[in-house]
Write a protein that binds this ligand. Structure first.
Ligand code: ATP
Ligand code: MG
Length: 227
């Protein structure tokens, strides 16, 4: 199988004053194309830190990370952000939409950074918004959408550049149970179409939608189960 994420002996420390706080303590993790993985663990165990490394938003202190077989360690910041734009779709608990922009414009945004022309941007964004069930909400601003609809816009935005991986850090954290389940169903559908999905959740019910659960504790992987 093809490795989409390959992490070996990754450590991450933060300098706090004169103290070094080690948050990830030698993590090994391999994720193959088409997997749907949940990352679970107590608050402070390093889940978001790990997601930010996989999502190329940050760099490890040591150890190696490869995305789609490309080792990122030697890349400069520009190369890293280009790779991020191409391979990573990131979804956050708090949606992180631009409030003054319509759903359509929010979804078009990543394509502007990839220099796609206006017609293509609008066509792709329209198609993906329809796919996530928002064909009739494209001109709404985030404040005019429900929480679940906002998360759908964020998912559409994460998909526009056809990334290798969809990363979601607590995607249902701000949603009620029923809306959260609808978002999980959307992830299942995307995964069935071949999309690799990695999400963080505290909620065992949410995690049960995935095919594999990786458990972190104090910056170490303490469990890895498939069902
Ligand atoms: N930029 C930073 N500088 C210093 N310490 C940090 C930084 N980011 C995270 N930490 C520390 O690293 C540890 C892990 O944080 P992280 O956000 O990865 O935890 P988490 O597992 O995602 O927790 P939660 O479930 O609460 O979101 C925490 O103790 C946190 O205080
Ligand atoms: Mg977190």
């Amino acid at each position: 199988m093809e490795s989409v994420v390959s992490i070996s002996n990754v450590r991450k420390s933060y300098l706090m004053g004169r103290h070094e706080l080690e948050v990830l303590k030698g993590v090994d993790l391999n994720i193959e194309r088409g997997e749907f993985v949940s990352i679970m663990g107590p608050s402070g165990s390093g889940k978001s830190t790990l997601m930010n490394l996989i999502g190329l938003l940050d760099r490890p202190s040591s150890g190696e990370i490869a995305i789609n077989s490309k080792v990122i360690n030697g890349l400069n910041d520009v190369e890293l952000s280009l790779l991020r734009g191409k391979e990573i779709g990131f979804i956050f608990q708090s949606f992180n939409l631009v409030s003054r922009m319509t759903a359509l414009k929010n979804v078009e945004l990543p394509m502007i950074f990839q220099n796609k022309d206006r017609n293509e941007r609008t066509n792709v964004a329209t198609k993906i918004l329809k796919e996530v069930g928002l064909g009739d909400r494209m001109t709404h601003r985030p404040s005019e959408l429900s929480g679940g609809q906002r998360q759908r816009v964020a998912i559409a935005r994460a998909l526009v550049n056809d990334p290798a991986i969809l990363l979601a850090d607590e995607p249902t954290g701000n949603l009620d149970t029923k809306t959260g389940e609808e978002i999980m169903q959307l992830f299942i559908d995307l995964n069935k179409k071949g999309r690799t999905v990695v999400m963080v959740t505290h909620d065992p019910d949410v995690a049960s939608f995935s095919k594999r659960i990786v458990r972190l504790k104090d910056g170490e992987v303490i469990g890895d189960e498939r069902n």
